[in-house]
Each structure stands twice: as structure tokens, then as C-alpha cells.
Design a protein around this ligand. Structure first.
Ligand code: HPA
Length: 271
């Protein structure tokens, strides 16, 4: 794994000259709008990056973008890898290792999710303050490389409080309603049954999605500061479970994405 990270990092460096990103951003389903705000220096399609998987889902184009956002050098994953696509945890989280090796110290992740908290509404934003890993495995299983992080990483404050407070402040200044809550990550690709939504709510989750948790575990292992934000695209509230389609998820995410873009853009400026 160390060889692969080194090889990929070297190959990217050769193509991006002396570009040195300090912040990494992973854009979720229908949330690519942030790219329009970036002064792009380099774009590398995933199929041109050694050891990168390919994003197979509609609404997730696969590119690594290097550029300037709010005056900071950033690297952005437009399109991520999911467990339900058949990739293993190491493949899904490999880009996080590479972004860390390229020099980032903060990772911002976004996603679309279903909301179980009855106070939430479709289209709302939720700042992630914690997660529950319901994937059947963990990206850190297997040999641990101390160069990459500790064998038993602490997860006490996985989503950095300071960044959450900053994001809430930014939302307030811009009259954007945000909630804060717990993201449960599971495999998909089925959306949840009403019983599963009920179960997820009872175990303490506010929203549910099919991504984010693997990348965040690896980011935390690597010592990165993490910020996570979700768009609630559908509701799994007990007694009010709605029919969900991927198209609807994309539609709502696209519609609400400018608010998320504003928060991330402003957050990057203040980090
Ligand atoms: N469940 C899981 N993942 C999701 C959902 C959902 O309801 N909406 C968007 N991603």
C-alpha cells in the first residue's frame, strides 16, 4: 500500500507541477457545483491516475481537480467510490491517502442523505457532528502502517468542533438553515425499509447514506481535520417514509447545492 500511495502521489506531482493543496474536498451526488467556483489549474480524470478506481454511478463524474478556491490551493474529488459499486474499502479510501500525501491537512466531505430526524425537512443541510459505521467492515482492517497512522485511532471528535462552529456561523450570516447531527453510513444500494429507518433513528442516527464513513475513518487515521456536510434529499421519518429514487436524490441535491457550495467556499476561506 505504501508503494502504491508513493507511486500515485509521484505521478500526480509530475502532472501538477509544484501545486501544493492544503485542503481536500470530496463532492457527493449532485453536488458538483462547487467546481464552478474553483480557478482550475489541473484536471486529472480518474482513469489517468494510477491505482485509482473508476466512478460508475450516474451523477458522479470521476475527476481529481486542482485549483484555487477562496485564495487557497485545494484538491477536489468530483465523484467518489462507493462500497456498493463493488470496490473494497482500501480502493474507496485510497484517494484520501493520496490527498494526505500531497499535503492536505483538512478534508471536507459532502453527501446526499435520507433524514430520520422528524425535525428535518427535504432540502435541508446538516453538519455532521458524528457518525455510526454500519458498513460490514472497516477500511483500517489489515496491516497497519505506523507511517500512515496509529493502529487504534481515537474517534472522540472525528468531525472537528471548530470547523462545525465556523460552518454554523457562516450559515447564520447567510440566513441558511442548518442542522447538526449523526450520519449513519451503510452499504446500500437499496434505500432503507421503513423498519430500517426506524431502527437507525432508535440507535441515534439523524440521517443515513451510503458513503462518507470509510473516507472519514481513513482521514482521521491520517490525522486530518475533518468537516462533513449533508443535504437531506428524502425523509425516512417514522409514519412518513416517502418513496425514494436516485433521480429524486440528484434533483434535490442539485437544487440545494448552492447553499452547500457557499458554506464550503466560505469555510475554506477561513480555515
Ligand atoms: N438512504 C440512503 N442513502 C441515501 C438516501 C437514503 O434515504 N438518500 C440519499 N442517499
Amino acid at each position: 500500500m505504501l508503494d502504491q500511495i508513493e507511486f500515485t502521489t509521484k505521478s500526480i506531482r509530475e502532472r501538477t507541477a509544484d501545486f501544493k493543496p492544503s485542503i481536500g474536498i470530496i463532492l457527493g451526488t449532485g453536488l458538483g457545483g462547487l467546481v464552478k467556483e474553483i480557478k482550475i489549474a489541473y484536471t486529472l480524470p480518474y482513469n489517468e491516475i494510477p491505482h485509482f478506481a473508476l466512478s460508475t454511478v450516474e451523477g458522479h463524474s470521476g475527476k481529481l481537480i486542482f485549483g484555487e478556491l477562496s485564495g487557497k490551493q485545494v484538491v477536489v474529488m468530483q465523484g467518489r467510490f462507493h462500497f456498493y459499486e463493488g470496490y473494497d474499502m482500501k480502493q474507496i479510501t485510497f484517494p484520501v491517502r493520496v490527498m494526505k500525501a500531497l499535503g492536505i491537512s483538512t478534508l471536507c466531505v459532502s453527501n446526499a442523505c435520507g433524514g430520520m430526524n422528524p425535525a428535518f425537512q427535504v432540502g435541508e443541510l446538516m453538519i455532521i457532528n458524528d457518525h455510526i459505521n454500519l458498513f460490514p467492515t472497516n477500511p483500517l482492517i489489515g496491516k497497519n502502517y505506523p507511517e500512515l497512522g496509529p493502529r487504534f485511532p481515537d474517534m472522540g471528535e472525528t468531525y472537528k468542533k471548530e470547523l462545525r462552529e465556523l460552518a454554523k456561523q457562516i450559515a447564520k450570516e447567510n440566513n441558511i438553515k442548518v442542522d447538526e447531527g449523526v450520519y449513519a453510513g451503510l452499504t446500500g444500494p437499496c434505500f432503507e425499509t421503513p423498519a430500517e429507518f426506524r431502527y437507525l433513528r432508535r440507535i441515534g442516527a439523524d440521517v443515513v447514506g451510503m458513503s462518507t464513513v470509510p473516507e472519514v475513518i481513513v482521514a482521521k487515521h491520517a490525522g486530518l481535520d475533518v468537516f462533513g456536510i449533508s443535504i437531506v434529499t428524502d425523509l425516512g421519518v417514522e409514519g412518513h417514509v416517502e418513496k425514494v429514487t436516485h433521480e429524486e436524490v440528484q434533483h434535490i441535491a442539485n437544487l440545494q447545492e448552492p447553499k452547500l457550495t457557499l458554506i464550503i467556499k466560505e469555510l475554506v476561506k477561513r480555515i
